[in-house]
Design a binder for this molecule. Structure first.
Ligand code: FMN
Length: 410
């Protein structure tokens, strides 16, 4: 079976292989979502130890988590033969990350004042690992002065507060109190564990997706880019400690831990990327930027004609990559080609100011738009080529970051 990452893309190396995640589940109605979250965490390759509070056990059973993690689940400090009854801080010491999802108002309050009357709160106090909490509760409970005070205390103690999200709550009311998506939480765990990686402190901008140039209020011209490659680069850079800005024209779910700027046209992307480049270490232009755009954009929908043809006059859009500059900036371009791959890619490197170009033949099987794998060649302005094997896009992303890292300024 091919391993997949949190976005269901195949990968050869699981992102949290060899890492220990402790998941605390407290007694919110959202506890049922913790089973899905556990499964997704296990799929990252992490060893997952689950602690259930006694209230959580009213909502979900121990066996579910034991079956998902293939490990004993902790429910009490005084359980016979449990690891914690012998060494009550064992999980705290082993953890690379502690995440509490869902986190009740009660548990947040106990954490904020340092109460340690169950395995979860004891583990929180004893761990030096990064801690994430995902509150889930009624909107009025979340907004109550005491809960807000507790959340602020935890935040100033260095705890990452994930959410809660707005939406329909178990009460039937709509408000801010939903536990954030398990998929998103997996991204936050990956970011927390990678916080001291080789891209720590680096500002990385990644563009993704295919730009859309309007024809009229309902139509546009675009291309087949799905954004998968750019998102994989953004996630990989995040997992290695970078501060990532993802400038996207794609409709994929926003990866956790990245600043995501949604754009549509080339102009939108230019207006974000050119100024942001001034402070960036690395710009990876994985977006498929439109080369041509309609000369006239109609104010109202162009009417259908019964017969005949219609022509659209297009102008050549100026490439803004040469305008993206900064004192530390290293640039990586992409070249989607269907022929003369290396020559075409080499010709693009110097005008764009790219340290290297990631060239791919988009009509080769397993390569290019929409696929989960890619076969690329790194080409520089001098024509030095480094062909890469066919790889999952997550691995291509890491190969690009590996290639760029030694080029970054001290
Ligand atoms: C049906 C039901 C649903 C509950 N849902 C929530 C919730 O979503 N969030 C919350 O903070 N408390 C919720 N509570 C209250 C907690 O279960 C209660 O405060 C408990 O003491 C929490 O214990 P724990 O933090 O140790 O898990 C709920 C209680 C019941 C009976």
């Amino acid at each position: 079976m091919t391993p997949v990452d949190s976005s269901n893309q195949p990968i050869s190396r699981l992102p949290l292989e060899g890492k220990n995640v402790v998941l605390g589940v407290s007694g919110s109605i959202a506890a049922y979502k913790a089973a899905d979250f556990t499964s997704k965490l296990v799929q990252t390759g992490a060893t997952v130890d689950v602690i259930l509070t006694s209230s959580a056990r009213e909502f979900v059973g121990k066996s579910t988590f034991e079956a998902l993690t293939h490990r004993p689940v902790t429910t009490g400090l005084w359980e016979a033969n449990s690891e914690l009854s012998i060494d009550h801080v064992a999980l705290a010491l082993r953890a690379d990350c502690l995440i509490i999802a869902p986190a009740t108002a009660n548990t947040l309050a106990k954490l904020a004042v340092g109460i340690s009357d169950d395995p979860l709160t004891a583990t929180y106090l004893a761990t030096e690992a990064p801690v994430i909490v995902a509150p889930a509760m009624d909107a009025d409970m979340f907004a109550s002065p005491s809960n807000r005070r507790n959340v602020a205390t935890l935040e100033s103690d260095g705890v990452k507060i994930a959410g809660p999200a707005e939406g329909r709550l178990a009460s039937g009311l709509v408000g801010k109190g939903r536990m954030v998506d398990p998929e998103y939480l997996v991204g936050l765990v990956r970011q927390a564990i990678g916080r001291n990686g080789d891209y720590t402190g680096r500002n990385v901008i990644v563009s993704a997706g295919g730009t859309r140039q309007p024809i009229d209020p309902v139509r546009f011209i675009s291309n087949r880019s799905t954004g998968k490659m750019g998102y994989a680069i953004a996630e990989a850079a995040r997992d290695r400690g970078a501060n990532v800005t993802l400038v996207t024209a794609a409709a994929l779910p926003a990866p956790a831990g990245c600043d995501v700027v949604s754009t549509a046209t080339v102009e939108d992307m230019r207006n974000v990327i050119v100024p942001a480049s001034k402070n960036a270490d690395l710009l990876v232009m994985a977006a498929a930027i439109s080369d041509f755009s309609p000369v006239n954009v109609a104010d109202s929908k162009i009417k259908k004609k019964d017969s005949g043809t219609m022509s659209l006059e297009l102008f050549k859009v100026e490439d803004f990559m040469p305008l993206a500059t900064g004192p530390k900036l290293v640039k990586v371009a992409f070249a989607a080609e269907t022929n003369d791959l290396e020559e075409n890619a080499q010709a693009k490197a110097a005008p764009k100011g790219a340290a290297f170009v990631v060239a791919n033949n988009v009509i080769e099987p397993g390569s290019g738009f929409g696929t989960d794998t890619n076969k690329v060649t790194f080409v520089d302005a001098n024509g030095v080529t480094e062909p890469q094997p066919i790889m999952p896009k997550a691995d291509v992303a890491h190969a690009i970051l590996d290639r760029a890292l030694p080029l970054l300024s001290e």
